[in-house]
Design a protein around this ligand. Structure first.
Ligand SMILES: [Zn+2]
Length: 535
């Protein structure tokens, strides 16, 4: 028996890298017995060490944070590539993965540093055979270093101290995908997403919600105003396959992201994902005809376990993209072609959702979760106390589908008056092609007449978010030299449609880009939404 255990221990620790690792390649979390997480300085120093030992790495700064810290991007390719042009010319698939968008959720940062070491110098070198891998391990640089104990109580003080969620401007970087007010978002789109155009985007988090009993949960890019191909592929093919692989290879249990509410009764009958808004970076990629994945390590496990699950997930994503690169690119390309071709053939005839509600997607036969016992409080109301037992709740309804509550006709394009240059600028930052009229021109189309304009009572991310009601009306309108035109027959046509539609639940109206003219709406007085739809 003893001999068997010894053999088993050797078999488990077989990968040789731990035995031959020079001290300079040990990262902070490993060196501290997982009591500490890497600082920005630690990350920069580690990247320098790896750079000195590998031919296959190029490092650039995505840009600087408000505090002036460089956000490093590590480009791994064999042979090395240094520019997006070289990457495109190589014909290889590009995958981009980032950690630390919320700087209290540090597992992605550590896992990416370990993987970088193993891909460039260790036993994962095969991952570079036919793809280019970009890692941004520390996206939220400033807040990572504002470490203090007790910031994330759900993480059991493991590691002992972590940084804060928002960036230095007080913004949540995973709510900034539309308005783009953070330094980081601007750098990410300008210097990574638009020029490198990764086929796969992965955002690494750690959830502090429900005590489900999965080691890690995932979500696809949800946006239903995009083409369905990439979404279907992520959920039904790619994540399904990876979930099975991690079970077989590592005995890790992965499942779909969500939360239940114990107050609805126990055991849980409903499990809810988050939502579809493209302010969340991952959700934007469905509108960009690209594959994207949200990864959420389970915060109630110990730090080393969360790193292990995240490492396994990223490793298997990269193994999958290596073997299915052509398939992924074909799915994305088809979605892009459909986006463009539907404008030529169906503009003015088809409708797409602009406002959505979450509805059931499927019944989960089993949801593993920590058990709760119900007691009674002094006032007689039920109190739910968590236990250490894991149960399997049966037949749980999973809410992860988004049905359109409001649909709108897809036009040939939009005209935006010149005074709304902030809108044109934001579209361009996303990569949307915006042209200007060289001379005045009349358009046949529709205006949206707003008969109700509402603003939220509470601020969210610095905004009193807005909402309109109204109706479209056919008309002809003349626009002037210098006004902006967005032709939807372009790769990012679905993104432009969703952002510019007045009733969109995460578009420019919501984020106050049109407050000026729309605030004039009062009582029965209608005002015109300034963006014109042409057919
Ligand atoms: Zn997060």
């Amino acid at each position: 028996m003893k001999q068997y255990i010894l053999w088993l221990a050797l078999a488990i620790s077989a990968p040789a890298i731990a035995q031959t690792l020079p001290a300079s390649l040990v990262i902070t979390s490993e060196r501290s017995n997982f009591e500490k997480t890497s600082t920005h300085r630690d990350v920069m120093d580690f990247i320098e060490v790896v750079k000195g030992k590998s031919q296959d790495i190029h490092v650039f700064s995505m840009g600087k944070s408000q505090e002036g810290k460089d956000i490093p991007v590590v480009v791994m390719a064999r042979p090395r590539v240094q520019t997006p042009e070289e990457a495109k010319a190589s014909g290889k698939m590009i995958v981009y993965i980032q950690g630390n968008i919320h700087a209290g959720e540090v597992e992605g940062k550590e896992a990416l540093l370990m993987l970088m070491r193993d891909i460039l110098l260790g036993d994962k070198q095969h991952l570079l055979e036919n793809q280019i891998i970009l890692f941004a391990p520390i996206y939220n640089t400033d807040s990572n270093d504002k470490m203090e104990k007790g910031r994330r109580p759900s993480q059991e003080d493991s590691p002992l101290e972590v940084g804060i969620r928002e960036n230095s401007q007080g913004l949540d970087l995973n709510r900034d995908g539309v308005k783009m007010e953070a330094f980081e978002t601007n750098h990410l789109f300008q210097n990574v997403v638009v020029p490198w155009d990764p086929q796969v985007f992965v955002d690494l988090h750690t959830t502090n919600g429900t005590w489900h009993a999965w080691n890690l949960t995932w979500a696809p890019s949800y946006h239903y105003a995009g083409e369905r191909g990439p979404y279907d592929y992520i959920v039904n093919t790619m994540l399904k396959s990876i979930t099975e692989t991690v079970k077989q290879k590592y005995d890790l249990n992965f499942g779909p992201y969500g939360d239940y509410d114990v107050r609805q009764g126990w055991p849980p009958k409903n499990f809810y994902t988050y939502n579809h808004h493209p302010r969340y970076l991952v959700n934007q990629f469905s509108l960009r005809n690209r594959i994207a994945i949200l990864s959420e390590a389970f915060s109630h496990e110990r730090f080393y376990q969360r790193i292990h699950s995240t490492y396994a997930f990223v490793n298997e994503i990269l193994t999958y993209t290596k073997t299915h690169g052509d398939e992924i690119r074909a799915v994305n390309k088809k979605a892009e072609e459909q986006t463009i071709s539907q404008i030529a053939s169906h503009a003015g005839k088809i409708k797409k959702g602009v406002r959505f509600k979450m509805v059931p997607l499927q019944t989960l036969p089993e949801l593993p979760t920590y058990d709760y016992v119900v007691t009674t409080k002094a006032d007689g109301s039920p109190d739910y106390l968590r236990t250490g037992n894991i149960i399997r709740a049966k037949d749980v309804t999973y809410y992860a589908k988004f049905d359109a509550e409001i649909e709108s006709t897809v036009p040939k394009g939009y005209v935006i008056p010149a005074e709304f240059s902030a809108v044109a600028e934001n579209l361009r930052k996303h990569g949307v092609v915006v042209t200007t009229l060289g001379q005045s021109k009349s358009f046949e189309g529709e205006v949206f007449l707003v008969d109700k304009y509402e603003k939220a009572a509470r601020k969210f991310e610095g905004h009193f978010m807005a909402k309109v009601q109204g109706s479209f009306s056919s008309t002809r309108k003349k626009f002037n030299k210098g006004d902006y035109v967005v032709d939807l027959a372009q790769p990012l046509g679905n993104l432009a449609f969703y952002l510019l539609e007045p009733q969109s639940d995460d578009g420019y109206v919501r984020w106050n880009f049109f407050d000026g003219p729309l605030e004039k709406q009062a009582g029965n007085k209608k005002v015109e939404y300034p963006v014109f739809k042409y057919y």
